[in-house]
Design a protein around this ligand. Sequence first.
Ligand SMILES: *Cc1c(COP(=O)(O)O)cnc(C)c1O
Length: 476
Amino acid sequence: MDTNVKQTMQRVLAQLPQVDKLLQTDEMQKLLKNYPRDLIIEEVRNGLKQFRNEISQRSADDLASYKLSAQEVIDFIVSKIESALRPKLRRVINASGIVLNTGLGRAPLSKPAQQALLDVTDGYSSVEIELDSGKRGVRHDLVEDLLIKLTGAEAAAVVNNNAAATLLTLNTLSNGREAIVSRGELVTIGGSFRIPDIMKKSGAIMTEIGTTNKTEFWEYEEAINENTAMLLKVHTSNYKIIGFVSDVPIEDLVRLGKKHKIPVVHDLGSGMLFDLSRYGLPKEPVVSESINAGADVVCFSGDKLLGGPQAGIIVGKKKYIDLIKKNQLARALRCGKLTFAALEATLRLFLDKEKLLQHHAVLKMLLKKESAVRADAERLQNEIAGVLGNMGDVRIQEGLSEVGGGSLATESLPTWLVFLDIHKCTPEGLGRRLRLNEPAITTRIINNCVVFDVRTLLDGEIPLIVQAISRVINGD
Ligand SMILES: *Cc1c(COP(=O)(O)O)cnc(C)c1O
C-alpha cells in the first residue's frame, strides 16, 4: 500500500471513537443500566472491529471523501447490542391468517393452559409422584384418565410430538417386521416428516400397496403374510386427491386385522376430540370414531387442532399401549412437565363445551363469525387511518384464512383483510419492519400491499399493530 493511502486510512481510522468514550455516551449509559458491562464492552469492541474492517476494504478514492460521524458508530453499536441481547424466541402477533402455523409455534395456548404452566414452573411439581401414597408415579398417568374419557380408548401415552408417536408405535409393534401401508398415504408433513423415512428409522419394513389414487381391500389382504406385524393407515392431512379415488375405511382394516390377528394403527395427524362439522366447520377425523371402529392404536398431535402444547398422543388397546410405554425409546421421546401441565389443562377444557368455546384459542379463531371478523377489520382499518394521515392508504376487503398445520387440508375460511400501503415503504420493507417490531408482527403480501388478516389476532393485539405502524410512519 502506498504511503498516501496508508495515511488517509490512518486518518479515517483515527475518527473511530475509543471504547471508553463510547461507554460514556448517554445511549451506552442507558444500556449499561440494563445489561452486563462485560457483554456491552465486548459488543462495542466487535462493532468497532467491524467498522475498522469495513474501512480497510475501501479504495483510496473512497477513503479520500470518507467521513465518519460518532453518532453513526453509536447507533450501529446500540442496535447491535439490542439485537444481540434480545431473546431470539419472541412473542409474535400472527396477522398472517394461518391459524396453525408451524413456524409460529402452531397453537396459541388457552389461558387455563398458560396458568397451568405458571403454576408448575414457579416451584416443584407432581410430575412423577403419586401424592396420595407418596410413591414414585408415572408421568403418562397425569393425562391418561382424561384421554380415556375423551377418546373412549383403554389406555394412553404421551410423547414429544406425533412424529415421535408414529416412530415409537412402529418400532414397538413392527421392528424387523412388515407394516402394510397404502401408496396413497405415504405423506410428507412440513419439511421433514415423511412416512417412508419414519418407517425406515423405526425398523419397520414398509410394504407398499395400491396406487397413488386407489387402494382396495383385497390388496391389503393379498399383502398379508407371516411376517406382517401391522396395518397402518395414515390420514392424508395436508392434501386431497379428488376424482377417480378410493381408499379402505378403518372399519374394514379392523375387520381384516382381527381375522389375521394383526394390529391396526391409525395416524390421524391432527385429529380432533369431537366432530367440528357440528359447528359448521369441515370435518377432521375424530379420535373416538377411530377407536370405536376398533383401531388398536391411534396417534395424533397435541398442537394442531387440539390446541395444546407440542406433543404426540397415543391412545388404544391397553396391551399395545403397555408395550409402547415399556419401549426404551419412550424414555428418549418423553415430554417434560411443561408439556404435561399445558396438555392436561387443554384436555380438561374438552370436558366442558361451554368452557372450551370460551377459552380455546384455536377453536375461537376457527369459529369466529364473519360479522365479528369484519368488525375487527373495520376497527383496525379506522385506527390505522388515524395514524396514517396522508402517508399512505388503508382499506379492507374480503379474503380467505387458512387452518394450516396439516389440518382440514385445502379448507379455507372467509375472512376480512386489511390492506396497507405506506407510500415511503416497499411492501417487503414494511413487512420486515413489522417483523422486527417488538412484538413481531407477521403479515402477508398481496397485490403489492401488506395485508393483515384479523381472524388470527388475539385479544389486545390491534392496538399493538397500530403502535407498530405509527413507529414506522414516525421513523422511530
Ligand atoms: C402433522 C402430522 C404428523 C407429525 O406430527 P407432529 O406433531 O408435527 O410431529 C404425523 N402424521 C400426520 C398424518 C400428520 O398430519
